[in-house]
Design a protein around this ligand. Structure first.
Ligand SMILES: [Zn+2]
Length: 160
């Protein structure tokens, strides 16, 4: 069994049997020292995603332009999971709802890293591209009038 893991696994520190693989962009996302140490202790293999599988993910998931829901890291991890799932028993470990959804559409098996339901972990918010203030909703910043973009706001590990 191969586990393809995004940052959730190393933040939550769930123990898994079998091999664990991740991508370089996930490692870059782990700013916190504890999660980096956890990753090292888990003997994780870090492999870059193959461009051909990134294209496959975008095509099959119907992502024609930059997705609001999926980041570059999300595409990378999905590409790695798709690559492995074509030749081995593979499960993608993620607490990200958008990634889970896309994985299922691609025929990739998924497993959450945390115990909580995904909707409790993932929260959306809007951030102003001008003054960078954050608001729960809206398209235009009520402070400076600039455009606001949708962002993912993760609940900190202390509350998990
Ligand atoms: Zn603003």
């Amino acid at each position: 069994m191969i586990h393809i893991a995004d940052a959730s696994l190393f933040i939550i520190r769930k123990r898994l049997e079998g091999s664990i693989v991740t991508v370089p962009s996930v490692v870059e996302e782990l700013r916190d020292e504890n999660s980096r140490t956890t990753m090292e202790l888990m003997n994780v293999r870090v492999e870059p995603p193959l461009p051909s599988f990134k294209t496959k993910v975008r095509t099959k998931a119907g992502i024609t332009r930059d997705s609001e829901e999926l980041s570059g890291t999300d595409i990378d991890i999905l590409a790695k999971a798709l690559e492995y799932s074509e030749r081995e028993d593979t499960v993608l470990v993620t607490d990200d709802f958008a990634v889970q959804n896309t994985a299922l559409r691609l025929g990739i098996r998924v497993m959450p890293a945390g115990q909580r339901k995904i909707k409790d972990v993932l929260i959306w918010e809007k951030q102003c591209i001008g003054c960078k203030r954050r608001f729960p909703q809206g398209d235009e910043c009520p402070v400076c009038g600039s455009q606001m973009k949708k962002r993912r706001k993760s609940v900190g590990k202390n509350s998990l």
